[in-house]
Design a protein around this ligand. Structure first.
Ligand code: ZN
Ligand code: ZN
Length: 159
C-alpha cells in the first residue's frame, strides 16, 4: 500500500467522523433546548438558545434538525394561524389554548368524551394524520388582571 493513498484515506475518514459527531451534537442541543419549555417557541427562539452553546450553528441547521426531530416523533410542530411553525416537546395527544391578549400558547389535556368521526373524510379520499383543537380566549393571568383592574370611569364633563 502506498503511504500517500492510505494517509488520504485515513484523513477523509476522520473528517467524515468529525462531521457526523458535530451533526449529532447539533441535533442533541436542538432537542435539549426545547425540553421543559412549554411555551411552544418558534425556530428562531430555539436557534438563539442553541447558538449560545454552539456559536457556529446556523438557523438553517436548526430548522433542519427540528424537522428531523418532528419526523422521528421526538417533538411536535404546530401551526396556529401564524406564518411560522411552533415547536413542542410534548408529544402526547393534546390540544392548545391561545391567549388573544398575551399570545401565550398553553397545553390543554382535555378529557375527550366523544371522538370526532373522521370516517367521512377517508371516504372522500382524504388521508388523515392527526387533528387537534385550538381554543382561543384569555389565559388565567390575563383574565385575573382584567378582574383586578377597574374599568375606567366615564369622564364627567363640568358645565
Ligand atoms: Zn394571556
Ligand atoms: Zn403543546
Amino acid at each position: 500500500m502506498k503511504p500517500i493513498s492510505s494517509g488520504r484515506l485515513v484523513s477523509t475518514h476522520v473528517v467524515r467522523l468529525a462531521t457526523r459527531k458535530r451533526a449529532t451534537r447539533q441535533l442533541e442541543q436542538v432537542f435539549k433546548a426545547l425540553q421543559g419549555d412549554h411555551t411552544h417557541p418558534f425556530a428562531h427562539e430555539i436557534y438563539r438558545r442553541v447558538h449560545k452553546k454552539l456559536p457556529r450553528i446556523s438557523l438553517a441547521t436548526v430548522y433542519r434538525n427540528l424537522h428531523s426531530l418532528v419526523e422521528e416523533g421526538k417533538i411536535r410542530s404546530l401551526l396556529l394561524d401564524e406564518q411560522a411553525a411552533r415547536y413542542d416537546p410534548e408529544t402526547s395527544e393534546h390540544d392548545h389554548f391561545v391567549c388573544e391578549r398575551c399570545g401565550r400558547v398553553i397545553d390543554l389535556f382535555l378529557r375527550r368524551a366523544r371522538r370526532i368521526d373522521l370516517t367521512p373524510l377517508a371516504k372522500d379520499g382524504y388521508v388523515v394524520t392527526t387533528h387537534n383543537l385550538t381554543v382561543y380566549g384569555m389565559c388565567q393571568v390575563c383574565a385575573a388582571r382584567r378582574r383586578t383592574s377597574r374599568p375606567p370611569r366615564p369622564a364627567v364633563r363640568k358645565p
